[in-house]
Design a binder for this molecule. Structure first.
Ligand SMILES: Nc1ncnc2c1ncn2[C@@H]1O[C@H](COP(=O)(O)OP(=O)(O)OP(=O)(O)O)[C@@H](O)[C@H]1O
Length: 897
């Protein structure tokens, strides 16, 4: 009757007539009393052949029918909402895809299982070892499903599973059940019964907890493995044949618990990793998958608190996935009546077994419970990139198993992270963050491209977004992270220190604190980004007291040399020597990889500084003198790549100290005599002025070339020693703030006051009176002429005066007396110079003058014809230029023009 009932249910399940699989309906169809149907259904359900759909009335479904129909293995036995559950089944993935981690931590295991079961002709025996609850049974079943789907098994081939531990106290019974027995083989063997090996013919026999198999049974088993034949218990004559693919599983070490002969016959031994090795993301997937099943079973939307999520991910379940599953199931039972107004089941930490939440105080439990809920349906969508990132972080932590190689692992991983982050479209593109990161990097001489900076910025963005996940990762692996931090500080302090600075900056800018794991990953990222760049092998550091002394000198030298040779450490005056040294040591840590350091310190003895330095793999040269010249000399040596000692020697020699004291002194007073007519006139002027000065006068009189005076003014070094009172000459050189006294003024005595005026401050009144008297006497025209020329002054003056009269007629202008007298002197000197071949040859813009003042030039030429003829000279046009300059300032001439 049982078989008929099972067949009926099988067909009705296949045809979808689930409503006919009730006690009442089946009793009616099969014409069997309800109580007998109920009893048989109960038995079949316990055997795992039926699935029970709760409800009114209860319905039963054939497991085999559904498994064939959906081509999958069903582990559920009782279901809540049948329709929902069936909808879920339709979406179920095939065989190994049901295994969380099939393409992750279990990828190679899956490949091995597939290869072993497919090995021709009948597959190879496979041993699965692993802690309890790691998924050995599931993997065995999925291996069967895979073989079945691949057509490696007969269509009706079964997966027969036997748990050897159930027979631990009765090994005979296990042998009987495995190989079958004949009637009378033992007490109670009322009829000949086929064994499980026979039932599994063409399919898969899974022997779980195989370490419970007694030696005798093991021996029987390997005989069967060799030849596919066996005896039933109680009949040692008849051989039976069965072709079975065998899968074994044990939580023990097979080498310790199985006979060597059996071990040899199991060529493939696969270890199933325990939950803690699966990586956080796979744990999250498992939590999701288990809750999802419960959600379907209970037909409610489930949400869990973030604490529940954190605890489930971080708790080290001794029963592995089995433990996680039963914890989740029990939490759902506990929360069965915690359905909110929206019909959602809310699972909080209070619904978890006490073992999980024992580390959380009631207060913090309540506090922690307040915030976010996570819907099961959205669990995997927390952050799409979270999966990869978490696996990445996990891998970093796992690489710690072998600290010697983890930097190598990191190197590879960092390029993954860089790539990953470069492709990510981060929302956190704030210029402030970007600039701050750049600022920190620049402080470490790490010049990053904008793309690299963007990568860093995205990394920080990803930290901010995934803070919840990363914080529980941190809490999950505190020891590894501590160990890693120590290694990082030791080997890559530069990057760790940079990450810490970025952390501070983040704190200020976004009120966000990185945890150790963040900092490590950031440091790793920075070291990855810098792999293309070279940290300077040699560097200079200026260490000086004052708010910006060191930085000013270093900036100046770097600019002058156009090379970054100096860093600076500014020391406020209030800080102690120890603090300075501490700062310097911090700097040295930052500059991890530097080989030589040139240190310029302003204060403190050399010993104080170098004794306090923590030097490892760095040569530090210290010089206790700081000035720009010294810094420049050392900077130049650094730039040229000279050896350290040579650099210091050169600096020492170029910077020898010398001193000079310039005492305050009164400058001597000076009158400059400078004439466009030439130095000769100036010399004569000088003699006349000197003769006019009282004998005890301290005023100096010097001659100076007129053109040089125009060019250089009184900045000329020749005047450095003097305080120039005024210039006396024929033409005003018009020098700023330098008074001019015209010769003609002196001759005409019209403005003796002008010279008096300038000399008044430098002479006592008595001396000034003598000077004035002498000037009147000495500066009469004839006196001047006498002093000026070697020619006969009376004759010369007569000729010149006639020529100038004629000139005035030709240009039709009556010049002032001043101009006339000035011209007499000037032209007389001119003639004398020409006689002596010392004519002036240059005049500014002579062509311009020639074209513009042609009329004047012609007038001069004509009026001076007699003079030229008499003295046998020719007045060149340049000299006429100077005569014009004399005339042009005349107020009458200006009116005529
Ligand atoms: N990779 C996985 N993906 C999804 N669920 C899994 C996975 N591994 C195990 N499970 C689930 O975890 C539970 C325990 O797995 P299973 O019974 O196969 O472990 P086991 O190693 O055979 O344990 P034991 O040694 O105690 O028999 C099962 O409900 C199984 O469906």
């Amino acid at each position: 009757m049982k078989d008929t009932l099972l067949r009926q249910i099988y067909e009705q399940t296949l045809s979808g007539a689930y409503d006919q699989n009730t006690v009442a309906s089946l009793s009616e169809t099969l014409q069997v009393p309800k109580n007998k149907i109920t009893f048989a259904l109960q038995q079949l359900f316990q055997e795992g052949r039926l699935i029970k759909a709760e409800g009114k009335p209860v319905r039963f479904l054939s497991r085999a029918a559904l498994e064939n129909q959906y081509n999958l293995s069903i582990s559920d036995t009782k279901i809540g909402n049948l329709e929902l559950w069936l909808a879920g089944l339709a979406k179920e993935p095939a065989d190994f895809e049901k295994l969380v981690g099939y393409d992750g931590s279990l990828a190679s295991l899956v490949e091995q299982c597939k290869a072993t079961i497919s090995y021709p002709p009948n597959g190879l025996p496979l041993m699965l070892t692993g802690e309890t609850g790691t998924g050995k049974s599931l993997i065995a079943r999925l291996t069967y499903e895979y073989a079945s789907r691949q057509g490696l098994l007969k269509p009706d081939a079964r997966f027969v599973s036997v748990n050897c531990s159930e027979y631990a106290n009765n090994p005979e019974l296990l042998t009987a059940n495995l190989f079958g027995y004949v009637k009378g083989a033992f007490t109670g063997a009322e009829q000949t019964t086929p064994g499980l090996i026979e039932l599994a013919d063409g399919g898969v026999l899974f022997l779980d907890e195989v370490h419970n198999l007694k030696g005798e049974c093991q021996e029987k088993l390997f005989q069967f493995m060799d030849q596919s034949i066996y005896h039933r218990m109680g009949d040692n004559k008849t051989w039976h044949t069965s072709h079975v693919r065998l899968i074994f599983a044990t939580t023990e070490d097979p080498e310790k618990v199985l006979l060597k002969t059996l071990q040899r016959r199991i060529p493939m031994n696969i270890t199933v990793p325990n939950l803690s090795k699966r990586g956080t993301y796979e744990k999250v997937q498992m939590i999701h998958s288990i809750f999802k099943t419960e959600q379907q079973r209970l037909n409610v939307r489930i949400k869990i608190s973030s604490t529940v999520f954190r605890l489930l991910v971080s708790y080290p379940f001794p029963e592995n996935i089995g433990g996680l599953k039963s914890t989740i199931q029990s939490s759902c039972v506990q929360a069965l009546f915690q359905i909110n107004d929206s019909g959602e089941m809310e699972i909080t930490a209070k619904n978890l077994p006490s073992a999980l939440s024992k580390n959380i105080s009631v207060a913090s439990l309540n506090k922690l419970e307040e915030p976010s809920w996570i819907y099961i349906d959205e669990l995997l969508d927390l952050d799409h990139s979270a999966g990869n990132d978490l696996a990445f972080y996990q891998e970093i932590i796992e690489s710690l198993e072998n600290p010697d190689t983890f930097f190598a692992v990191w190197k590879a991983e960092s390029s993954w992270l860089i790539q990953h982050l470069s492709g990510e479209n981060s929302a956190l593109c704030e210029q402030r963050l970007y600039e701050s990161v750049r600022h920190v990097c620049a402080g470490y001489h790490m010049e990053l491209s904008s793309k690299d900076l963007e990568t860093l910025q995205k990394a920080l963005g990803s930290f901010l977004r995934q803070s919840r996940l990363l914080h529980f990762l941190q809490s999950q692996n505190p020891l590894q992270i501590e160990k890693l931090t120590l290694q990082m500080k030791k080997q890559k302090f530069r990057y760790y220190s940079m990450a810490s600075e970025i952390d501070c900056m983040l704190g200020r800018a976004f009120d966000y604190k990185l945890n150790d794991l963040h900092r490590l990953v950031l440091a790793l990222l920075l070291s990855g980004l810098e792999k293309q760049q070279s940290i300077p092998k040699r560097m200079g550091v200026i260490l000086a007291h004052g708010l910006s002394t060191a930085s000013s000198v270093s900036v100046c030298v770097n600019q002058l040399l156009d090379e970054y040779v100096f860093d600076a450490i500014d020391m406020p005056l209030s800080i102690s020597q120890e603090q300075c040294i501490r700062e310097l040591n911090d700097y040295l840590k930052k500059m991890d990889g530097i080989e030589e350091l040139f240190l310029l310190v302003d204060l403190g003895s050399l010993e104080d500084v170098w004794k306090g330095l923590n030097i490892r793999n760095v040569n530090v040269g210290i010089i206790n003198s700081l000035n720009l010249k010294m810094a420049l000399s050392i900077g130049e040596g650094l730039k040229r790549g000279q050896p350290m000692e040579e650099i210091f020697e050169t600096a020492k020699n170029t910077c020898t100290v010398s001193y000079h004291i310039e005492r305050n002194r009164e400058k001597q007073k000076l009158i400059i005599c400078s004439c466009a007519s030439g130095l000769g006139v100036a010399e004569k002027l000088k003699t006349v002025i000197l003769d006019s000065l009282p004998p005890d006068s301290s005023i100096h009189v010097l001659t100076y070339d007129y053109n040089s005076l125009l060019l250089k003014g009184i900045e000329d070094l020749a005047f450095a020693e003097y305080q120039v009172i005024c210039v006396v000459g024929t033409l005003n050189p018009n020098i700023d703030r330098l008074p001019f006294v015209a010769l003609d003024d002196l001759i005409l005595q019209e403005s003796t006051n002008s010279l008096d005026l300038y000399l008044k401050s430098y002479m006592d009144p008595c001396a000034l009176a003598i000077f004035k008297k002498n000037i009147v006497k000495n500066f009469s025209l004839s006196n001047i002429m006498n002093a000026l020329t070697i020619l006969n002054p009376t004759k010369l003056l007569e000729h010149v005066a006639n020529a100038i009269d004629r000139l005035q007629t030709l240009i039709d202008c009556q010049l002032t007396n001043n101009t006339c007298f000035g011209l007499y002197v000037h032209v007389s000197c001119l003639i004398e110079r020409l006689v002596m071949n010392r004519g002036i040859e240059n005049y500014k813009q002579i062509e311009h003058f020639q074209t513009r003042q042609k009329q004047f030039i012609d007038a001069v030429c004509e009026s001076f014809q007699d003079v030229e003829a008499f003295y046998g000279v020719h007045i060149p046009v340049e000299e006429i230029g100077y005569m014009f300059d004399y005339v042009k300032n005349d107020k009458n001439f200006q009116k005529c023009v």
